[in-house]
Design a protein around this ligand. Structure first.
Ligand code: ZN
Length: 311
């Protein structure tokens, strides 16, 4: 089982103001700030990681907040909606909370027989809370205002908007081991049985949808999870031999990664469990200080001077 893709690892999106992004995900949604670091390709920009207590794969949402970033436009060739699992009976809490805190949300509806509550972050990123068919027993991060009875458990699913379902579905099924679970109209649900959570990819097929435009409020890429580097490199071989261009292994400090653009245009990453978020600070202190990869440590003072204040 463990040589397979183990569902989602993380999702990375783009935001405008870092402080507003942090306030929303920590204070409103009740996630844990896992890591406060910089974009390794652009150290004048934060890279903020949110998730559960230990930064478990399948709970990790990360942002590159660019101050003054233009809004993007979700569209074809993009991940367009992120689903978080929540307990049954929690929607009243969340609707009251969203109403009180001026969060844009829709009335509850249903997808594939599961209750959903769609909402948006301050940049317009489309998210939804989902009550899964069978309860999600992952241990949530709790805050004073968002307790375990209502807290998000981590990812339930992510939706990709595509002009044509087939080429992307082939990557999911033939390379990643997902299966088509169900189709409702133009929505296709793919699932892996390698894991019990964060196991779903929905594809929304919209033949005439314009291409998405990257920017604040859009997803940059989605990352699939593998156990270790040996399995990562086995997937390098599988993806490359299918004719797709894939990067070499990249050290992301908290995981090792490969990237490739799937035929529908979505940037896919494959990322390892190791070494994890405890590599540069203890688990009880995650997110408490600005962490820089070794190559930027010498420039810490300059980097701290240009990064926006978070509190
Ligand atoms: Zn990533």
């Amino acid at each position: 089982m463990e040589d397979r893709i183990l569902g989602l690892h993380h999702i990375t999106a783009i935001a405008d103001q870092a402080k507003r992004n942090l306030d929303f995900y920590i204070n409103v949604l009740g996630l844990r700030l896992l890591k406060k670091t910089v974009n390794f390709d652009d150290p004048g920009t934060y890279h903020l990681y949110y998730g559960d207590e230990r930064g478990s794969a399948g709970t990790i949402l990360t942002f590159f907040p660019y101050e003054g970033a233009r809004r993007g436009r979700p569209g074809a060739g993009m991940a367009t909606q992120i689903g978080y699992a929540v307990p049954e009976g929690s929607f009243d809490f969340w609707m009251d909370r969203f109403a009180a805190l001026d969060v844009h949300f829709d009335m509850p509806s249903e997808k594939f027989g599961e209750q959903i509550l769609a909402f948006r972050d301050p940049d317009g990123l489309q998210l939804e809370l989902v009550v899964p068919e069978s309860a999600d027993d992952r241990k949530p991060w709790e805050t004073a205002e968002v307790n375990a009875g209502v807290a998000t458990r981590g990812f339930h699913s992510v939706t990709l908007t595509l002009n044509d379902v087939k080429p992307t579905a082939a990557v999911l099924t033939d390379i990643f081991g997902y299966k088509l679970l169900e189709q409702q109209g133009n929505r296709y649900r793919y699932i892996t049985d390698a894991v019990g959570t964060a196991a779903i990819i929905d594809i929304l097929e919209v033949p005439n949808a314009p291409r998405g435009v990257g920017g604040a409020g859009t997803n940059h890429h989605i990352a699939f999870r593998v156990k270790n580097e040996e399995i990562l490199m086995a997937f390098h071989e599988k993806v490359a031999s299918s004719g797709l261009n894939i990067t070499n292994k990249i050290d992301r400090n908290y995981f090792y990664s490969l990237y490739f653009r799937e035929p529908g245009g979505v940037l896919f990453e494959i990322a390892t469990d190791n070494p994890g978020f405890g590599i540069d600070e203890p688990f009880d202190k995650l997110g408490s200080s600005l962490l820089l990869p070794p190559q930027y440590e010498a420039n810490r003072a300059q980097i701290e001077a240009v990064l926006p204040k978070l509190n």
